[in-house]
Design a protein around this ligand. Structure first.
Ligand code: TZD
Ligand code: CA
Length: 535
């Protein structure tokens, strides 16, 4: 057969052809000697996004994969590079990101003697944070193994995969049988079971006070508008499921209630009065704080629509229907036999207090940001103590409006913002990052500058690990050391990485800087804002 762009008959040239088939022409990486034989003759229709630390490489790739929904190629340096990427893998695993993580292995003949840069037990290293991990047992199997890594990453439930590839494989000739890989299509049926759907539509129709709880899968499948149709038809309030990592429902819709809290008791309290609780596209439930209590209000019934078999299996209560969540929501809207009901009254927005001199209250900052942000904004958020204030003030109406680290692993925000902006050039990405969080992924500033990625980075400088202060009082550990982070100047740091910046400690100064940032269409900008530590 004829390969469109193959320059020679090597495994390397064929691998690039395979990557083209899947649209994986953006490679996020940080190279070492093991990886150079893969990267040599890098084709001109590909782009390589260099991250200066593997945490940033993975964060960028994660943001890119989340925003495109497509398999995304990552290339790391052996064990050391993989190790640096592990924290970021916690997020990628829980956000179901289809990342194809490859790592260069030492030459096959040097693995046994554990030459420098040997990735010993390579397939074990990234476990348990990948769906599938493999090292081909001969060079000829590399293309098939990569094809499998892509399929495994993409097939339900999506998630990262890992492939270790010895560096002396790339120049070997390709096995002609591998040509079949370019022609394969893998299709999955994930239509919901019709009988179950009908039964659930009946339960929802008969419910006295139904409620929807929506999770990240709704946004990942761009099913936000289907969730709106269901809420409208039912006249039901809508909560975002606890430990939110995406925005599945327009926050300016009258049904929108906010994000459910993160403990067993509080979730139960917030769902009080509801008899049928439809949870779609979220685990049941992803708690964080340990406040024991009853799972559910008395007599309440949970219907759990999820695409993830493991979520269904591990849930401690509720009936589960495993299917494509978008298809499930559409099916419920079509099957529900009720007259249109009235929507609940919108929630009250919290009262905001005036800023003290020399600092902004996060609520006021977000309120102002919301008025200044362009319509096509996408937010990446990683400032942990201000989640509630953010959701109360920021309007998000479109799919892909919000990304937060899905496992709470810091170091996601700054790089993911770069990845989301690369994936969605028609959106404007605003990254809202804490002065603690920023440091775990700070090198992504360099990638943003070098690749002209116009993210607006807003660093909230409150001088402390705010969220940990909250936990410290709850856990009676207020005297813990290591909770403050004073003495940082993010404008200087930004300058050092080639990013323009400015500092603000009041609303007017912020507004001026934000407008300036918006006008820079092909350059990132960083705004350091001095903020109060409210709650
Ligand atoms: N290290 C990593 C990789 N991930 C973590 N989640 C933590 C440490 C622990 N951690 C949290 O869970 S929140 C937090 C830490 C250190 C404080 C973040 O501080 P911030 O935001 O300045 O970014 P706030 O708004 O001040 O909390
Ligand atoms: Ca902070």
């Amino acid at each position: 057969m004829v390969f469109s762009m193959m320059t020679d008959n090597t495994i390397r040239a064929f691998t690039y052809e395979l990557l083209r088939k899947y649209g994986m022409t953006t490679v996020f990486g940080n190279p070492g000697s093991n990886e150079l034989p893969f990267l040599k003759n890098f084709p001109s229709d590909f782009r390589y996004i260099l991250g200066l630390h593997e945490g940033a490489v993975m964060g960028m790739a994660d943001g890119y994969a989340l925003a495109t929904g497509q398999p995304t190629m990552v290339n790391l340096h052996a064990a050391a590079g993989t190790g640096n990427a592990m924290g970021a893998l916690t997020n990628a695993y829980y956000s179901q990101s289809p990342l194809v993580v490859t790592a260069g292995q030492q030459a096959r003949n040097l693995v046994g003697v554990e030459a420098m840069l040997t990735n010993v037990d390579a397939t074990q290293l990234p476990q348990p944070l990948v769906k599938w991990s493999f090292e081909p047992s001969e060079a000829a199997d590399v293309p098939r193994a990569l094809s499998q890594a892509i399929q495994e990453a993409t097939l339900p439930t999506p998630g990262p995969t890992y492939l270790s590839i010895p560096h002396n494989d790339w120049d070997k000739p390709m096995d002609a049988n591998m040509a079949h890989l370019l022609q394969r299509e893998v299709t999955v049926g994930s239509e919901p079971n019709q009988k179950q759907l009908k039964a659930w539509a009946g339960l929802l129709a008969d419910a006295k006070n139904p409620v929807l709880v929506l999770g990240p899968e709704v946004d990942a499948l761009r099913a936000n508008a289907d969730a709106v149709k269901l809420a409208n038809k039912l006249g039901a309030p809508v909560w975002v499921a606890p430990s939110e990592s995406r925005c599945p429902f327009p926050t300016n819709h009258p049904s929108f209630r906010g994000v459910l809290p993160i403990s067993i008791r509080e979730v139960c309290e917030h769902l009080e009065g509801h008899d049928v609780i439809l949870v779609a596209g979220a685990p049941v439930f992803r708690y964080h704080k340990d406040i024991p209590g009853n799972y559910l209000p008395r007599g309440a019934r949970v219907l759990h629509l999820t695409g993830d078999t493991h979520q269904a299996a591990r849930a401690p209560f509720g009936d589960a229907l495993v299917a494509n969540v978008k298809r499930g929501l559409i099916g419920l809207v079509e099957t529900l036999d009720i007259k249109k009901r009235e929507l609940p009254k919108p929630i009250d927005r919290p009262i905001r207090l005036p800023d003290p001199p020399g600092a902004m209250n996060p609520e006021n900052l977000f309120h102002l940001l919301n008025t200044l942000a362009p319509e096509n904004v996408s937010y990446v958020k990683e400032a942990t103590a201000t989640k509630e204030a953010f959701w109360a003030e920021i309007e998000m109406t479109e799919p892909s409006s919000y990304f937060f680290p899905a496992a709470g692993g810091l170091g996601f925000g700054l790089p993911a913002a770069v990845g989301v902006q690369l994936a969605l050039p028609d959106r404007r990405v605003v990254a809202v990052i804490g002065d603690g969080s920023a440091n775990y992924g700070i090198t992504a500033l360099w990638s943003a500058a070098q690749y002209q990625v116009p993210v607006i980075f807003i660093i909230l400088k409150n001088g402390t690990y705010g969220a940990l202060r909250g936990f410290a009082s709850m856990l009676n550990a207020e005297d813990s050391p290591g909770l403050d982070v004073p003495g940082m100047d993010f404008c200087s740091i930004a300058r050092g990485y080639g990013v323009d910046s400015g500092a603000a400690d009041n609303a007017d100064a912020f507004e001026t800087l934000f407008r300036q940032a918006l006008n820079q269409n092909n350059r990132p900008f960083l705004i350091e804002v001095t903020t109060t530590f409210g709650h």
